[in-house]
Ligand binder design. Sequence first.
Ligand code: ACO
Length: 300
Amino acid sequence: MEFPFDVDALFPERITVLDQHLRPPARRPGTATPARTDLQHQIMTVVDELGRASAKAQHLPSPITSASRMQSNRHVMYVLKDTSARPAVKGAIAGFLKVGYKKLFVLDDREAHNEVEPLCILDFYIHESLQRHGHGRELFQHMLQKERVEPHQLAIDRPSQKLLKFLNKHYSLETTVPQVNNFVIFEGFFAHQHPPARKLPPKRAEGDIKPYSSSDREFLKVAVEPPWPLNRAPRRTTPPAHPPPRSSSLGNSPERGPLRPFVPEQELLRSLRLCPPHPTARLLLATDSGGSPAQRRRTR
Ligand code: ACO
């Protein structure tokens, strides 16, 4: 991908790491230094262009990577320069890989919910003319080393078929642990989680729980679903007429019930009043009325 400015000077290294500040990397000695704001503007242009190209390659209705989304999230973007670009061209970009830590609820192989915060693969793109030449692997390897993670520790946000093949070929990632959200995890994920995965109570009846998954691709849905528990829909008995957009071949994408209107305020208040008090609240009430001063202090 070429740009109307000097990409070679903008990104002196083959791989540049960008965070939410989108800071221009240090330039080579002897290179003219344009104003910092100009450099940042150029970086924003590159990020926006890459995001658009990736969305197009994945047939997404809108980009999930942009300069403004980078600035408002703690994501990290690895940008790969195309060093084979014609000398007449002032450098070119081969592609990028975007990662970020996300808090997820994932199911283990016994279908128990685990609260984890793994590094997630959020967006990945190599220019069409350069695919299947090892550039994706080079970028991925660099990221693994920098982030100090093993491939099976990653969670992948709705991987494309190409990415699934890529992970299988280069990292032998094949067997997935089925999930009910958009993220795909592979066998070995739970064996090497650090910090340790936090176990949640055993899974409730299906349809009762909507594990939280802050997929970057959520916003691609046409309508916005209200948060749990307001989105609880009756269990579907017949398959959906239209599958969810770009469902993974592994059957891990959620089967979402039809979107429902918000619960009326009165009904919500009534259901909240019916909730039993939290055990800690119960303990506080009990100790406040009768416990010793020392006990009361500890409890507080
Ligand atoms: N069809 C099938 N498998 C493919 C394809 C393809 N068109 N392209 C790459 N692969 C897989 C294969 O396993 C391939 O090995 P093979 O050629 O021996 O079959 C391997 O990737 C090639 O490895 P690299 O050359 O290192 O990978 P590449 O530079 O092509 O980058 C990437 C891989 C990023 C997936 C690239 O193909 C791409 O940009 N695809 C389009 C966008 C996309 O699908 N991105 C992932 C979105 S999902 C997400 O980001 C969470």
